[in-house]
Structures are given as structure tokens and as C-alpha cells.
Write a protein of this length. Structure first.
Length: 292
């Protein structure tokens, strides 16, 4: 931060008349390509001859007139630090107002070189009538169904996608996700993925960060309900259709009775046999020969 403050102070002195002294101390060559741009356009600032510097500090002198960044279309600031490779470093200047503005490059303590950029009037802004269509997206979706959204724009490096309500769904471009995101424009086209989160009408808006350029309305249907497996009754192992074994309760007492009857008959037979045997014994003895 101290280095950046020093650089900004030096560039401010340059803007009010210290340019000759700063240029005399400078050892770097700084160029802008192109040297003339319109408002909202970007030029590339390149510094060479930085020697063994690891980082180069870029700052805007006097009235900024724009913003600096380390990548084209990146978030802007009045001063940035860019890595130096083989004595060369690069930054990007995006103009925000007309005029002539100075970009200074230094090592954090000393201004090594400067370049001037001329900014003309406002660049033409894209309108809905100049694009056909501005937003391309399926008009009928289902909750949770991911779909591709394309925006056709000219003259912008980034655009924003948003919704009419935060519960409508979310966008994703691979690096960020949310109900509203900002993504880069490549060859006049910005592409994101949209996932609706609720049923009903959802409006997708395209903006340049301040103004809504176009919108598209999609109708979202509720997702189909899949019946659960527990809704189907499962027959139990003891269903009514299973064969029922015949009752055997009545046959169980019969066997003892049969055995009892057989025993009685056997006993009766034995008694009869004994009685008969005893009666026959005396008759045989009386009818046999006597002792005489």
C-alpha cells in the first residue's frame, strides 16, 4: 500500500509539471495499443525494459478517466500490480470518460515510464433492437432441469444475468453460482447455465451492470412425483391363500381308546383261558387210572 501511495503521488506530480524529471529517471518503455479509444473501450498498456523487477506498479496520473486491471474485462482500480516476466509487464486501461489520461509504470518507489491515452466520446451501447435475439433460452422448463442460456451482445466485455426473484433459481458459469452472476462475453456471446428452483413464471434479465438490456420469460413446471416403493403392498408369508393343514385334534384321543380296548380284550382272554384251564385239570385227574 505504501508503494502504491508513493506511485500515485509521483504520477500526480507528473501530471502537474514534474513530467520531465520523471521521464529523465525512467528506464522503461511504456506503450498503449491502441493509443486512442472510446468510452467503455479498453486498451492494453505494456511496459518493457523493466530489468530484473518481479512486479510492476501501474497507476493513473491526475484525473483517472478510467480503471486499470490485470486482465481484460477484470475488476478495475486506479492502480494495480502486474507480474513482470523477462522485463515486461502488462495491464489494461478501460476508459470511463473522454479526455487524455496518463498511465505511469514504476517499481513502487520510482516512476520508470509513462504513456498517454486519448479517450473519445461514448461508444455505442447494444440495444434490444440491434440484437436478434438478445437472450436465447428454452421457454418451457421443469423444476431442477438445467438449461443453457445464451446472450448475444456487442461492445461489452462482461454482462450480468439476474432473476425477478431470488427464489426463482440459480445461474452458473463454471466459476460462480447464484441467482445473479456476472460473466465474460466471448465473440459477442455470453453463456451460462440456469437451473429453475420453483414452478411458475420466471423472468431472466440481461444487464450491463447498470441497465437491463433484455429479458426473457420462461414457464417452469413442477417436477413429476415418483411413487415410493412402500406404496405397493407386499404379500406376507402367511397370507389367506396359503393352504391350511387339516385339524388333527379329533384323531388324537382315538388311539388311547383303541389301545385300552385291546388291553381289555387281552386281559379278558387271559382270564377265560385260566378259568378253562382250571376246570379241565380236575376232570382229567378223575377220569385217569386209579392208584389201585
Amino acid at each position: 500500500m505504501t508503494r502504491l501511495v508513493t506511485l500515485v503521488t509521483l504520477t500526480a506530480l507528473l501530471a502537474v509539471g514534474g513530467g520531465t524529471a520523471a521521464s529523465a529517471r525512467g528506464t522503461a518503455t511504456v506503450t498503449a495499443n491502441p493509443t486512442t479509444v472510446a468510452v467503455d473501450e479498453t486498451t492494453t498498456i505494456t511496459a518493457t525494459g523493466l530489468g530484473g523487477l518481479e512486479d510492476a506498479f501501474f497507476g493513473l496520473a491526475g484525473s483517472p478517466g478510467g480503471l486499470l486491471s490485470t486482465q481484460s474485462g477484470g475488476a478495475g482500480s486506479t492502480d494495480v500490480t502486474s507480474p513482470a516476466n523477462d522485463g515486461q509487464a502488462t495491464a489494461y486501461f478501460r476508459a470511463t470518460q473522454a479526455g487524455t489520461f496518463t498511465v505511469a509504470v514504476g517499481d513502487g518507489e520510482t516512476v520508470l515510464g509513462t504513456v498517454s491515452v486519448t479517450v473519445s466520446g461514448s461508444a455505442p451501447q447494444p440495444t434490444a433492437t440491434s440484437q436478434s435475439p438478445i437472450i436465447e433460452v428454452d421457454s418451457s422448463l421443469v423444476v431442477g432441469q438445467k438449461t443453457r442460456v445464451e446472450a448475444k451482445v456487442d461492445g461489452l466485455q462482461t454482462v450480468g444475468f439476474g432473476l425477478d426473484s431470488t427464489d426463482g433459481g440459480s445461474f452458473s458459469d463454471g466459476s460462480s453460482t447464484g441467482p445473479s452472476i456476472t460473466t465474460a462475453v466471448t465473440n459477442g456471446t455470453a453463456t451460462v447455465e440456469f437451473t429453475p428452483a420453483r414452478a411458475g413464471s420466471v423472468t431472466i434479465a440481461l444487464s450491463d451492470g447498470e441497465t437491463v438490456l433484455a429479458s426473457a420469460v420462461v414457464q417452469v413446471a413442477a417436477a413429476a412425483v415418483t411413487p415410493s416403493a412402500s406404496a405397493t403392498p407386499t404379500p406376507s408369508a402367511t397370507s389367506a391363500t396359503s393352504p391350511t393343514p387339516a385339524p388333527v385334534a379329533d384323531s388324537a384321543p382315538v388311539l388311547p381308546w383303541i389301545l385300552l380296548v385291546v388291553a381289555i380284550l387281552v386281559i379278558a382272554g387271559l382270564i377265560v383261558w385260566l378259568v378253562v384251564s382250571r376246570r379241565r385239570g380236575p376232570r382229567v385227574r378223575r377220569s385217569g387210572p386209579t392208584a389201585d
